[in-house]
Design a protein around this ligand. Structure first.
Ligand code: B3K
Ligand code: ZN
Length: 884
């Protein structure tokens, strides 16, 4: 069982720091197992603090203390300080003037498998400090509202660590006896310690430059291990695109003379925005057409943009405390979403984001770990880098954008940057800037930050033939979430449009206004509210509601299949058009789920096939959007829609629809496949990407037919594809369906790509997510594969993560073997890497949504996890809260 020193931290307990740190001079003598850190801090009492305590408490974990010196006197003796497992308390420090504290300590990067603090990845040394990793490097006031100027000197062996990097500008360098060299870096900007970084290793560099709108020349450098230097071009171009976009859309320029990105193979998440020195998971940097898919290319550009945008939203203006995490993450996700939308297809990007939100964040918001965008308490802050803080946080910012309009939003962001540059602030400061710049009132809107749970908005329509008016009555409610039984009404922007029965636009004239428009945003602020539209045509118009998914809510509105088919053909809003198709498919699949459960024969309603056929036979410009229109809702999304999840019935019902489409529209799929199956080496442009998407969507359907010709198409594509998009799509068809050459194709693929770690991750993930009956046995044998490594988070996510989060059918096997397997792995991972272990618990936390037998099996594993000796706070918090 977990030890007693776990404690909960509350937002309401926030107090200003007792001391300030003005300057930090760090000196590292780098070594794999024994790195010596000397930190020289210039500090003072914080006049804003109420405390009168004369002692100073610094955070520190897993450090070996060598000496402490105050104001150049004798080193402190053991009577003058106390050490605990996570802090250093100096009994007395000067209260009236600045003082200098020097601390020397040792750390062991090689033993650091948690990948937080200073650690070893292959032969490279690197750091990860957010949220609280700096305390694993040296004793410090490790909190975001303590901001200081950092100067960092790195000393290391010239051969092992020829490249020595830290934040800011390189200001000096030299050589030392014993084959050592040193470099000093100076960061002129105040920053919290979570933005500190260092990297040392034998690295190659791709260099380029960017000239800002004001004419400053910025040097850009991407550092990677030698074998990867040919895969950095796309990341570099993405960085330049992001820099230009932020200048144009937000008027924000980069501030240092140098921007560095380093790609590392062992990384707990995607990337980290350290000032001037971003550290990235290789997955979000490396790309060559033959090794990375089109989606990989898009994600790389998105994550490079995200980290770059943090330079203003996160670094120049940071968070006062970790409860305010969404201040930087929600806003920065919104910024990266818009950037990607501008670079690729706005329609496609919006659909992808909403899909993710509704599948995964809605599940989080409906489960035992639901929390507000600005949480009120935590045990381990790393557990709060959640879909709610990031994705729902971004939706909240998007709603402000919708309410204020693009210009108003820009005025608000300008004021925010001007008012708070160099400060550590709160979500409330952000909203206040938006309000002040627009003379707007967002008082009620603020509830989005404090209230957890997904609101439900139900819609009733009443069309009056005599007066030609349409009355819409909207009702909002929100189910209770842990710790929040009662919910207040939110301010919800509901974007709508109306269509005439011939598909043309009916303009919206709201009662009480005198201007008719194509669209309106209904300001829903009360529990129940009615809106009336006048001057309408003689027959009832068709309502297109929540256009662009204008608010993160669940919409309840009865629709006939015919009405959905109509919207799928005529809605002008690209999001709602796609949504109509999804709802149509969803209704059909729900009906079939009930049929499976009641042992009835399965038959797909011809209305659906007809609507699908119509889409299939239409000409589309945006082929990526077209392929989304042809995609069925995922099993996980369908599960989210059900109160009790029946994984087998969902799988059977969805497969039945896919197979019926494949059978009845075989000719159309084949024609489309052949028309788009060109010899392409994988250029990254919208046209080529779209052709690959549509072609592979067709192949996915055709693959279900178990037809020799199609099986050969797949084998040929897998063997001859010139780009990873086509190769992996073909392999997926082979792995997800009965195919005579399955094993030999997998073996060939492995042989071809064994030197490319990121491609081998795909190979693991594909097998772990296959619906074929032998998958669990495969997963067990892959755990023993020489290329599997529990210490590498990408590999863990590829095999264990994909099995537990992307394979509902097998993970939820009725005998509980999937649950037991996952718990075994979580327990093993817990002692190596608590952050990654804790992420894996997610697959068990929604146990209440399954049948009794599964509930018991899942909770038994959660209880086993909690009672494991030396369970980390990370894992304990998620597992125990899910049982409450
Ligand atoms: N800010 C980092 C995430 C840090 C996670 C710490 N457990 C990456 C990002 O959101 O850009
Ligand atoms: Zn971020």
């Amino acid at each position: 069982m977990r030890d007693a020193n776990l404690h909960t931290i509350y937002l309401k307990d926030y107090t200003a720091p007792e001391y300030l740190i003005h300057n930090v001079a760090l000196n590292f003598v780098l070594d794999e197992e024994k790195t010596r850190v000397t930190s020289r801090l210039t500090m003072s009492r914080n006049p804003a603090s109420q405390s009168r305590d004369q002692s100073l408490t610094l955070a520190g974990e897993n450090l070996i203390l060598i000496r402490i010196n105050l104001n150049d006197g004798n080193d402190l003796t053991e009577e003058q300080y106390q050490l605990t497992h996570d802090s250093l308390i100096i009994n007395e420090v000067p209260q009236q003037q600045n003082f200098i504290l020097i601390i020397e300590n040792l750390i062991n990067p090689k033993a650091n498998t948690a990948l937080e603090g200073l650690y070893l990845s292959n032969s490279m040394l690197c750091t990860q400090c957010e949220a609280e990793g700096f305390r694993k490097i040296t004793y410090f006031l490790d909190r975001p509202d303590v901001m200081a100027k950092f100067t960092t000197t790195l000393v290391a062996d010239k051969n092992r660590y020829p490249v020595l990097l830290s934040n800011g500008n390189k200001v000096d360098r030299g050589e030392l006896p014993g084959n050592l060299h040193w470099v000093t870096w100076e960061d002129p900007f105040n920053k919290p310690c979570y933005l500190f970084a260092l990297v040392a290793g034998r690295l190659e560099c791709l260099e380029d430059s960017f000239t800002t709108l004001s004419g400053r020349r910025i040097s850009l450098q991407i550092f990677v291990e030698k074998q990867d230097i040919d895969k950095c071009g796309h990341a570099m171009q993405s960085l330049k695109n992001a820099m230009r976009w932020d200048e144009k859309v937000y008027g924000r320029e980069y501030d240092l003379d140098l921007y560095m990105i380093v790609a590392v193979s062992h990384f707990n998440m995607g990337a980290m925005e350290n000032k001037g020195l971003n550290v990235f998971n290789t997955k979000f940097v490396l790309a060559r057409p033959d090794t990375a898919t089109d989606s990989d290319y898009e994600h790389i550009e998105g994550v490079i943009g995200h980290e770059y945008f943090h330079n203003w939203t996160g670094n120049r203006i940071t968070c006062r405390d970790w409860f305010q995490l969404s201040l930087k993450e929600g806003f920065t996700v919104f910024r990266d979403q818009e950037f990607t939308g501008d670079r690729t297809s706005k329609a496609v990007k919006r659909i992808e984001d909403v899909n993710m939100l509704r599948t995964r964040q809605f599940a989080e918001d409906a489960g035992p770990l639901a929390h507000p965008v600005r949480p009120e308490s935590y045990i381990e802050i790393n557990n709060f880098y959640t879909l709610t803080v990031y994705e729902k946080g971004a939706e909240v910012v998007r709603m402000i954008h919708t309410l204020l309009g693009a210009e108003g939003f820009r005025k608000g962001s300008d004021l925010y940057f001007e008012r708070h540059d160099g400060q550590a602030v709160t979500c409330d400061d952000f909203i206040k800037a938006m309000e002040d710049a627009n003379a707007a009132d967002l008082k009620q809107f603020r509830r989005w930050y404090s209230q957890a749970g997904t609101p439900v908005v139900s819609v009733q329509q009443h069309y009056d033939q005599a007066t030609k008016t349409l009355a819409l009555t909207l009702r909002q409610s929100c189910p209770p979430t842990p710790g929040q039984a009662v919910k207040e009404p939110l301010h919800i922007p509901v974007r709508i449009g109306l269509l005439n029965s011939d598909g043309s636009i009916a303009s919206c004239l709201m009662q009480g206004t005198n201007q008719a428009t194509e669209e309106v945003i209904l300001p829903l602020t009360q529990s129940e509210q009615s809106f009336t539209f006048e001057n309408l045509p003689a027959s009832k118009p068709i309502l297109s509601i929540l256009r662009g998914f204008s608010a993160p809510v669940k919409l309840v509105l009865e629709r006939s299949l015919e009405e959905l088919a109509f919207l799928l053909s005529y809605d002008r809003d690209t999001f709602n058009r796609w949504e109509a198709g999804q709802q149509l498919a969803g209704q059909i699949i729900s009906g079939l789920i009930a049929d499976v459960q009641q042992g009835r024969e399965l038959q797909v309603n011809p209305v659906f096939i007809k609507a699908f056929k119509q889409v299939l036979e239409q000409a589309w410009d945006d082929l990526s959007y077209f392929s989304l229109l042809l995609s069925l809702p995922s099993e996980t999304y369908l599960a989210e829609q059900m109160q009790f999840i029946d994984v087998e019935a969902i799988h059977k019902a969805r497969e039945c629809v896919a197979l019926t489409l494949a059978e009845q529209l075989q000719a159309q799929f084949k024609t489309l496949y052949l028309a788009n199956n060109r010899e392409e080496s994988g250029q990254f442009d919208a046209g080529a990407i779209g052709r690959r998407r549509i072609k592979n969507t067709c192949l996915g359907y055709l693959g279900k037919l178990e037809n020799k010709e199609i099986q050969e198409w797949a084998t040929t594509a897998q063997n001859t594809a010139k780009n990873m998009t086509d190769q992996i799509a073909a392999l997926a068809v082979i792995v997800n369906n009965p195919h005579p050459a399955r094993q030999s194709c997998l073996d060939n693929f492995y042989r071809q790509w064994q030197a490319e770690a990121l491609v081998i991750d795909k190979w693991f993930a594909l097998q772990a997510s296959s619906p074929m009956p032998d998958t669990f046995a495969k997963v067990l044998s892959l755990m023993k594969h020489p290329a599997f490594d529990l210490k590498n988070p990408n590999r863990v996510r590829a095999l264990i993560g994909a099995f537990s989060q992307a394979n509902p059918l097998h993970f939820h096997a009725a005998n509980g073997q999937g649950y037991q397997f996952l718990a075994d792995q979580i327990i093993a991972l817990n002692s190596l890497n608590p952050q990654v272990a804790s992420r894996m618990v997610n697959a068990l936390t929604s146990w209440r949504r399954y049948d009794k037998a599964r509930q018991e099996l899942m909770t038994a594993q959660l209880k086993r996890i909690i009672s494991t000796e030396a369970i980390s706070g990370d894992v304990y918090e998620v597992a125990s809260k899910s049982l409450l």
